[in-house]
Ligand binder design. Sequence first.
Ligand SMILES: [Zn+2]
Length: 340
Amino acid sequence: MDWVVVGLDNGGTANNATVLTADGRFLVDRLVELPSMVREGPVVAVDALAEAYINILAVTGVAPEAVRAVGLDTPGPAGATGIISAKGSTNFAHPDWRGFDIRGALEDRLGIPVVYNNDGNAAALYAHHVHFGAEADRWSSVSAIVGTGLGGGVVESGEVVRGAAGMAGELGHVHIPTHDLLEPDQPVPECNCGFAGDAESVASLTGIEKNLLPYWLTRYPDHELNAVPTMRDGAKLVRSYAERGDEMALRIFGQQARALGRLFTIAANFTDPAAYFLGGGVVETTPELRAWFLAEVRENTLLRAEQAATATLALVPELDMAGARGAAIAARTLVGATLR
Ligand SMILES: [Zn+2]
């Protein structure tokens, strides 16, 4: 065997690992997870990442000498070089995480170059490479992944656009036009980042909890979700109501689809990508709801005729594995560039 790279996807509860060969094959086609221990702080968590690394080599029968680089991804917020935000964050609540260099710590621990991406960027990179295959470095794409927040990334010529401060591709915090999106008496949605009316304030689980559900329940005073103890509990149930055709739930998802369409319209005029990828809870649903949602997003993505003739809207594939796989692709690109 030629050289390989390892991809490690660090999450709130588990680390998923994969191995990618020099010629672009993944050696596992499933999740290979171990506990991430991130709540215990960085010392324990870096040990856990090293364990996930050793484990995936054992599972795939790869010799340690064959590994040229490791790709690591974590939830944000973190800088382009893998320094966890000094402000702290949901996933890295332990105080020792503040300003911690997780990339550098893992590199020291393993003695191998480690390439860092946030999880949205890693998933965007994976979606791009799956869609374009051998032609990945000729094309560009934008990915939006709807979860607790709105993550994703911008890929240009096969590589993640990072920006000067590592903050490119923060699609969730792009302001979107709210006229004809909000009802006349609906308050402008607010985001955890401090902005009002950005994409995440509508198109995320947090957006449903903080903004959309509280408003729509006032419009549907007899709706069953008025009886749920907290908005958080209610927000998590909206999708199952939408799957059963509930009118209020569909109006909430309709607003999310319009927000995503407007975000993609901004992308169309900004970088004019060849593909728009959509992932997360809004599309991990019944085929009927997914088809309706995609059609709504497409209808609200205003492309010029020349763009509509070439661009595609597609799903982020295998989202649960996309982080580790995208992280590995970034590591393989680094090794390839070093060899050239
Ligand atoms: Zn925001």
